[in-house]
Design a protein. Structure first.
Length: 211
């Protein structure tokens, strides 16, 4: 009886050692699989088979703030996004939009600001040039024949600006060509999702052009 017990214990010990050897690689494999699941492979949005609008709107729905940097911006492009940032709380949790527009008035303003810093250009002249670039920006924003829907979108944008859900700045230090969309999410695995490429904040940039 004692001999049988000893044999059984011996077999159990051997089995446990073998099980440990088998389980350890299994645990390692599981760990690698968990890490791999957290790695989000990039998608290519070419606006042909897969449109940027689809991915960006889906991401914005689950975001609490966003940072956009574009070279060009108009009202019809904003119309696509405006309802998808309404849930932002405002202030720090908002959509920050940095625009590097490229128009003749912009070059004039850059030169004006440079001259002002050197003490060559007086402030009233600089202010007049700022108004000129603001007018140019307004024309860019409402490019094309305005419709009632465009007017509603403009009113919505104004409301979002007043509520600090949207903050807009023009970048004038030098020509800015970047097109970057960053979405901040309360997600431990993917707290920040970014879209980078050649798509401006316009309808064509989101839907119609190969990018």
């Amino acid at each position: 009886m004692k001999l049988n017990t000893a044999i059984i214990l011996y077999i159990l010990i051997k089995f446990c050692k073998l099980a440990i050897r088998l389980i350890t690689p299994y645990k390692l494999i599981l760990s690698f699989l968990r890490i791999f699941k957290r790695i989000h492979m990039p998608k290519i949005f070419d606006n042909i088979s897969l449109h940027l609008k689809t991915g960006l709107l889906e991401t914005l729905e689950n975001s609490f703030k966003a940072d956009f940097c574009v070279g060009y911006f108009n009202l019809r492009g904003w119309k696509i996004l405006m309802n998808h940032i309404d849930h932002f709380e405002g202030d720090e949790n908002c959509c920050r939009l940095l625009i590097g527009i490229h128009v003749n008035e912009e070059n004039l303003l850059r030169e004006a600001l440079f001259q002002t810093k050197k003490g060559i250009l007086d402030n009233p002249t600089a202010l007049a040039l700022k108004k000129k670039i603001a007018k140019s920006f307004a024309e860019q924003l409402t490019f094309g024949m305005p419709t009632n829907e465009d007017e509603q979108c403009l009113r919505k944008l104004k409301k979002q600006l007043l509520e600090k859900k949207v903050k807009v700045k023009l970048f004038l230090a030098y020509p800015l060509h970047a097109k970057l969309y960053l979405c901040h999410r309360k997600d431990n695995d993917a707290p920040l999702i970014g879209y980078v490429g050649s798509s401006n904040l316009t309808m064509a940039g989101y839907c119609n052009r190969a990018n």
